[in-house]
Design a binder for this molecule. Structure first.
Ligand SMILES: [Zn+2]
Length: 177
């Protein structure tokens, strides 16, 4: 992965000269060249994220195996508006809603997102407290030590995982089961 652009410029929302903007170019197996742009405004908190693909666009399933904590903290997840992420071992599934925003985060960041949802669920369904406790303990262990699979499915083929180790990822067409 190489950095193409990195600069601080005028924020498109508040106009302050505090918008950190980065473009990364990544040559991904199967996907080809991908341009990832991220931006963050230190003045108003506005976040920008976009991914541009030279190729691809076919329904894809990405299977990622995290073997240890390094795989978790140093692999990236790029989820488009149409991607869904699940982990059979950890027992969660994040489906894109109609308002889904694309995001890029580490696998660790994604698991923290899952923990956030679990804590929100705890408020809505106090009777599920014990199951949520178990889920939280499992996810926290997974963040430390890996040992789980993530499956990222995208009918438009615009989501991907940028792994720390290339061999931890398998990409297949979505129609095959
Ligand atoms: Zn701003």
């Amino acid at each position: 992965m190489s950095i193409v652009t990195q600069m601080t410029t005028r924020c498109p929302v508040c106009g302050a000269n505090a918008f950190s903007y980065t473009e990364l170019l990544y040559d991904a197996p199967y996907f080809g060249k991908i341009l990832i742009s991220t931006g963050y405004c230190n003045a108003c908190g506005y976040r920008y994220f976009d991914v541009d693909y030279a190729e691809s666009g076919n329904p894809t399933r990405i299977v990622f195996k995290a073997e240890d904590g390094e795989d978790v903290s140093r692999s990236l997840v790029v989820r488009s508006k149409t991607g869904s992420v699940k982990s059979p071992e950890l027992g969660f599934s994040l489906e894109p809603g109609p308002q889904a925003e694309p995001f890029i985060t580490t696998v660790e960041g994604l698991l923290y997102k899952a923990l956030d949802y679990a804590e929100r669920l705890r408020v809505l369904q106090p009777e599920s407290g014990r199951r949520i406790d178990e889920f939280v303990a499992n996810v926290q262990r997974a963040i430390e030590a890996g040992g789980f699979t993530l499956i990222l499915e995208d009918p438009l083929g615009k989501s991907l995982i940028i792994p720390r180790r290339p061999e931890s990822v398998r990409i297949e067409p979505l129609d095959s089961t």
